[in-house]
Design a protein around this ligand. Structure first.
Ligand SMILES: [Zn+2]
Length: 296
């Protein structure tokens, strides 16, 4: 169906009856405010782009995404429902518009598009995915004013339809898509490698096939995710204060290439840690050590 569809509500207008509209609006607003307040970024393009979202997209659509061409968000309703019987998909009805981590994850794809524009393939694609997870988690922590040890660090929390027959046996106790804190845990729908040496590391990195997840972009993102987690934990306090600033300055650094590998990104984070905290050399050391621990 053609996007964007009919207009339900603008941000200036009061709430409407359809709670999915209001929930989605709240998520967009919180993400916008996070980037504006924490990084002085004016919308995803830093030029005031008005954020638009189409919801109730398609039928039983089990995903949400940033459409980089139309420059807008698109949300499905979720495909997991007992009414669909054995054709039920994996995601609870209405889960995407009600999930701030999903909304912030997708909008961060827009931030990445307007900055480093990391190519969605192989390690640069895994970095692209990781940016969305890491900043998505920070938005949730910022909204809840959580410290790094109070946060759950989960992506796609409680969105999985547990009764789905399409849920693989190995994922029967999954309650999130991914965990930045514990990438390999079996409570993730998609356990990810916590280091480059992990047996979970997706090795067909050169693949450009969707069936190979474009070279494991949703798999290998576990590695940079875990590096960020280690830095945030070692520095303590609020993730967006120091770890987040280092990551943001790296993502928006002109030197970060479209086809950057983990090692390129890692080097720039160390460089920005030194620039941001010249008086406290331990910060750059923490960053260096975190990347070494994940095998980069
Ligand atoms: Zn993504």
């Amino acid at each position: 169906q053609p996007l964007p569809g009919i207009q339900y509500r603008t941000s200036q207008e009061p709430e409407v009856e359809d709670q999915d509209v209001n929930a989605c609006m709240d998520g967009l607003r919180t993400t916008y405010n996070f980037y504006r307040t924490v990084f002085d970024r004016k919308s995803v393009d830093d030029d005031g782009l008005q954020l638009e979202a189409s919801i109730h997209y398609s039928i039983r659509f089990g995903n949400a995404f940033w459409d980089g061409t139309a420059k807008q968000m698109v949300f499905g309703d979720g495909d997991g429902n007992s009414r669909f019987g054995r054709f039920a998909g994996l995601f609870n009805p209405g889960c995407f518009v009600n999930s701030l981590d999903v909304i912030a994850h997708e909008l961060t794809h827009a931030v990445t598009q307007f900055t480093a524009n990391l190519e969605y393939q192989g390690q640069s694609g895994a970095l692209n995915e990781s940016m969305s997870d890491v900043f998505g988690a920070m938005v949730v922590q910022w909204k809840n004013d959580q410290t790094v040890d109070q946060a759950d660090w989960l992506m796609g929390k409680d969105i999985i339809y547990q009764n789905s027959e399409s849920l693989p046996e190995s994922a029967k106790n999954a309650h999130s898509l991914r965990s930045i804190k514990d990438p390999e845990a079996s409570t993730n729908l998609d356990p990810q490698p916590a280091s480059v040496q992990s047996t979970l590391y997706f090795k067909k990195e050169e693949s450009t096939e969707e069936d190979d997840d474009y070279g494991g972009v949703h798999m290998n993102s576990g590695v940079p995710n875990f590096a960020f987690y280690k830095v945030a934990m070692a520095l303590g306090g609020r993730s967006w204060d120091r770890a987040g600033k280092i990551w943001y300055d790296t993502l928006t650094d002109k030197r970060l290439q479209r086809k950057a590998k983990f090692v390129d990104f890692a080097r720039l984070t160390v460089d920005h840690a030194q620039k941001l905290y010249p008086e406290d050399k331990s910060v750059a050391q923490v960053v260096q050590k975190a990347w070494e621990e994940v095998g980069v």
